[in-house]
Design a binder for this molecule. Structure first.
Ligand SMILES: Nc1ncnc2c1ncn2[C@@H]1O[C@H](COP(=O)(O)OP(=O)(O)OP(=O)(O)O)[C@@H](O)[C@H]1O
Ligand SMILES: [Mg+2]
Length: 243
């Protein structure tokens, strides 16, 4: 497998808080890779740096061999990085279809083509029946699905998913896992931030762990859950019993 995303010595601070601290890692093309760690450990900041919403203080980000550090978000999206947001913020007064069409317009200027692309994404994400509903009226689970649909609508090669599973009930968790597997089966590389270990462990083939903005471990899920530093910083006693 080739490296699709290469992050090197990335740093970002907010005032006195070192949110991302000399972080380096790669994401392999075709993988589902997890990014985990305690609240405030820098996961979302890392996604904001990759997607261009924030500029790093130092370090570099390469995507498909190309330097993308500090490019504008719209450029990064056009180059093939899509992302969902931890707190879904759809255009609440627009329909589900219109929300997804907004993303599709990054690929086409044609209304008909944007509508066709958006409908295809809605079909794939299981939201087609709800295409005419106002986004404001969706359940939490469907709002999270809409986040994924919006991120897919730009036609990404790499999809950054920020907690699209947290807050779902067990049945919805299984549905979301199935969707993530289907996304990868389409050839899209998935890089996901998630607290729900029951989803992260079976889905991901590689897991990166942050604590206070620093990478404290990266490994396969079965080894991550046995890693003393990861248990100490994040997993607690939950997974010790299994080792
Ligand atoms: N825009 C900002 N301005 C100031 N501080 C920020 C900003 N964004 C993040 N931080 C701080 O940076 C640190 C990392 O935050 P971040 O949101 O990246 O964590 P996280 O790992 O995504 O946490 P969670 O699991 O709770 O979502 C925290 O201390 C947070 O308060
Ligand atoms: Mg976060």
């Amino acid at each position: 497998m080739d490296m699709l995303l290469e992050v090197e010595n990335l740093k970002k601070s907010f005032g006195g808080v070192q949110a991302v601290d000399d972080l380096s890692f790669v994401v392999q093309e075709g993988s589902i890779t997890g990014l985990i760690g305690p609240n405030g450990s820098g996961k979302t900041t890392c996604f904001n740096l990759i997607s261009g919403l924030l500029r790093p203080d130092a370090g570099s980000i390469r995507f498909a061999g190309r330097e993308i550090t500090s490019l504008r978000p719209s450029w990064i999206a056009r180059l093939g990085i899509g992302r969902s947001f931890q707190i879904p913020a759809p255009f609440t007064r627009m329909t589900v279809l219109e929300n997804v069409m907004v993303g599709a317009f990054s690929r086409t200027r044609s209304l008909g083509e944007a509508s066709r692309l958006a409908l295809e994404v809605l079909e794939f994400t299981g939201l087609k029946e709800k295409r005419d509903e106002l986004a404001a009226n969706l359940t939490t689970a469907d709002r999270k699905r809409l986040e994924v649909a919006r991120a897919l609508s730009t036609g990404p090669r790499l999809l950054l998913l920020d907690e699209v599973i947290a807050g779902l009930n067990p049945t919805e968790v299984l549905g979301a896992m199935e969707l993530i597997r289907a996304i990868r089966a389409r050839g899209i590389t998935v890089f996901m931030v998630e607290h729900v270990m029951e989803a992260v462990l079976p889905l991901c083939e590689w897991v990166i762990v942050l604590n206070f903005g620093r990478k404290i471990a990266e490994d396969t899920p079965d080894r991550i859950v046995r890693n003393p530093a990861v248990i100490e910083a994040y997993l607690g006693e939950r997974f010790r019993a299994r080792s």
